[in-house]
Every structure is written in structure tokens, then in C-alpha cells.
Design a binder for this molecule. Structure first.
Ligand code: KG4
Ligand code: ZN
Length: 336
């Protein structure tokens, strides 16, 4: 069984083919960052138009790489939400049309569910049930993953997502879009203890997150310096990163204690952050547990996680034969 996966929820066109025995046989991502960075963020209409241009050539490329024809596909999985509605509609319309033309089922995939399952693409993978920290540009969530399709949200951000906190601070430091990875790079040469920033929500019980107060404090701190020397910028970046990472790590530790789970998965764009990985690894060693994460390229948006989620659903007999295409800008994870 070959499953084609299509991801178009934001500014990456991702496609991949997953085979039940061979695993991932081909994948490609086209990132719109070069185009979108001129505008300092994602312009939804431009994102949709670019997906329309990219999707077909990318799929042709991976069919060649996988050495199969489209007639050997058994199903088409596409991201149905949450995300930018126009961008989602391009992938959904394409996926549904291809499914109809080939007379094969389609599977509407929840973008966050796919991120949660991405670590299962690796050789060293967790077993259900496990805890998951989902940290992306739009979401920060602690999820108890009980089994495929059964997710309990233990905590989430009450305001900004962790990725947003990285991106907004990066902008204050005059780093280009998307600032998260650049801020992390800059932080490597800075002192994480140079400035004492708040560790949000740690003084309160529960597993929710909040990053807007930290962002405001960082902005105030940055504004007290009329000139930002490279050393000062690095120290500010390292201190902000440390505050974000510490609050994520401590909430994960609380969730470990609460659930008694010994496996922690991190997924979503911010899970590429090396400081976060190191500090979570140290915490999990202390707790006698194991940390799992996707390879770097599958932390951010990609088609492989969609193809894999589609394959998992097909195995369970979850697919759609109707002609109605699904695209939802908002879609709670608990409603998959
Ligand atoms: O999962 P993703 O690709 O897209 C969403 O679904 O949001 O996540 C993108 C987010 C952005 O905020 C980006 O700045 C952040 O992940 N990000 C990072 C790193 N790499 C990506 N943040 C911190 N450190 C990184 N190394
Ligand atoms: Zn994502």
C-alpha cells in the first residue's frame, strides 16, 4: 500500500509517499520563506497561489523517485486543518480530485495530529501511550497521546505560542522572518544568564502556558538599549530562549509527574531547537524516562508526517469515499 501525503496548511508545500513495508520512499518540501520574508510574515493569498503552482511538479518528482506510477497509489492523505483556509483548500481540492480520478480513498488529516505522530517515522520511536509537547508557530500544547486518534489535552498556551514568542523577540532584535531559528543561532554565542527574565506560569498550578508577558518584558529590556551591539543581541537572544525553554521543560516535568508516563515526544517547529532538546533530555534522564523527536526536517511542516498519518488511519479503516472536501481553519485536536 502506497499512501501519498499532501501538506499545504501554511507556507510550505510538502508531499511524500509512504509504503506499508518500505516506509517513507520519497518526500519533498518547497518552502515559501524566500518569497514571504519580503513581507515579514505569511501573506495568505500568496501562500495559496504558490501551493497551486508547486504541488503538481512536486508530486511528479516524488513518483519518479519512488519508482511508481500514480496508478500504484492506494490512498491520498491531505491536511484538512487547522491552518490558512485558502492554503488548505488548494491541498484538499488537489487531494480529493486525484483520489476521485484514481478511484482511491482520501483521508483528511489534522495537521497537529500529524506533527504528534512524526516521531514515529524514526527508527527509535515511542510506543502508545506517551506524552507529547507540541510546539509550533501557532500552537503550544501538552497532550496525553493514549492511542491513534485519542488525545487528551493537558495544557495549552493561553496567549502566544512558543514559536510566536521566538519569532516576535527575533523581530525586536531586527532578525528577518522567520526569526525562531535565527534567534536560536544567535543565542549560541550569548550568555543565557545575562538577563533574568520571568519563567511564565511556573508560580501557578496546572499545565497551561503563557508567553505574552515574557515577550513584553523582553521588549522593555531591548528598548532600554538604544544601540544593540552583536554581543548584547546574543546575550538577549540567549536569555529569552532560556526563559522560553525553562518554562516548557518545567511544564513537561510536571506532566510526567502527573501522568506517570515515561516517554516524552516533542514535535512541531520549535522542537528543532537544540537548547530545548538538551534541557528536556537532561530532565528525562533525571526522571528515568526517554525523549523522542523527529529528525530536524520533519520538525517543521512537511508531507512525510501527512503520508504517515494517512497510512496509520488507512490501517485502521479510517478514510473517506465521498466527494466532499474537508478544509477547516479551526479544528480542535480532540475532535479528530
Ligand atoms: O510547525 P511549524 O513549521 O509551523 C506551524 O505549524 O506553525 O513551526 C514553525 C515555528 C516558527 O515559529 C519558527 O520560528 C519555529 O517553529 N522554529 C524554531 C526553530 N525552528 C523553527 N524556534 C526555535 N528554535 C528553532 N530552532
Ligand atoms: Zn506545523
Amino acid at each position: 500500500m502506497y499512501v501519498l501525503g499532501i501538506e499545504t496548511s501554511c507556507d510550505e508545500t510538502g508531499v511524500a509517499i509512504y509504503h506499508e513495508f518500505k516506509g517513507l520512499v520519497a518526500h519533498r518540501v518547497f518552502s515559501q520563506i524566500e518569497m514571504q520574508k519580503r513581507f515579514g510574515g505569511v501573506v495568505p493569498e500568496l501562500a495559496s497561489r504558490d501551493h497551486v503552482i508547486r504541488i503538481l511538479p512536486l508530486i511528479k518528482e516524488i513518483l519518479i523517485e519512488a519508482e511508481i506510477t500514480k496508478h500504484q497509489l492506494s490512498a491520498v492523505a491531505y491536511t484538512a486543518g487547522p491552518g490558512l483556509i485558502g492554503a488548505l483548500l488548494t491541498g484538499a481540492a488537489f487531494g480529493k480530485t486525484l483520489g476521485f480520478a484514481l478511484n482511491i480513498p482520501t483521508i483528511a488529516i489534522h495537521h497537529l495530529e500529524a506533527h504528534l505522530l512524526a516521531p514515529l517515522l524514526e527508527a527509535n520511536k515511542p510506543q502508545f501511550p506517551f506524552l507529547a509537547l507540541l510546539v509550533s508557530g501557532g500552537h503550544t500544547m501538552l497532550v496525553h497521546v493514549l492511542e491513534l486518534g485519542h488525545y487528551r489535552i493537558l495544557g495549552e498556551s493561553l496567549d502566544d505560542a512558543a514559536g510566536e514568542a521566538f519569532d516576535k523577540t527575533a523581530r525586536l532584535l531586527n532578525l528577518p522572518y522567520p526569526g525562531g531559528p535565527l534567534l536560536a543561532k544567535l543565542a549560541e554565542s550569548g550568555n543565557p544568564n545575562a538577563y533574568n527574565l520571568p519563567r511564565p506560569m511556573l508560580d501557578r498550578p496546572g499545565l497551561d502556558f503563557s508567553f505574552s508577558g515574557l515577550k513584553t518584558k523582553a521588549a522593555q529590556l531591548i528598548n532600554t538599549h538604544p544601540v544593540l551591539s552583536p554581543e548584547l543581541k546574543a546575550d538577549l537572544a540567549a536569555s529569552v530562549q532560556e526563559a522560553i525553554v525553562d518554562s516548557l521543560v518545567l511544564k513537561c516535568q510536571r506532566a510526567i509527574h502527573q501522568t506517570q508516563e515515561k516517554q516524552l515526544v516533542i514535535a512541531g517547529g520549535v522542537s528543532a531547537n537544540l537548547r530545548l532538546r538538551t534541557k528536556l533530555q537532561n530532565m528525562m534522564n533525571q526522571e528515568g524516562g526517554m525523549l523522542f523527536y523527529p529528525r530536524q526536517e520533519f520538525c517543521t511542516d512537511n508531507g512525510a508526517m501527512i503520508a504517515y498519518a494517512g497510512f496509520m488511519k488507512m490501517k485502521k479503516g479510517i478514510y473517506d469515499d465521498s466527494l466532499a472536501l474537508e478544509a477547516k481553519a479551526r479544528w480542535p485536536l480532540t475532535e479528530v
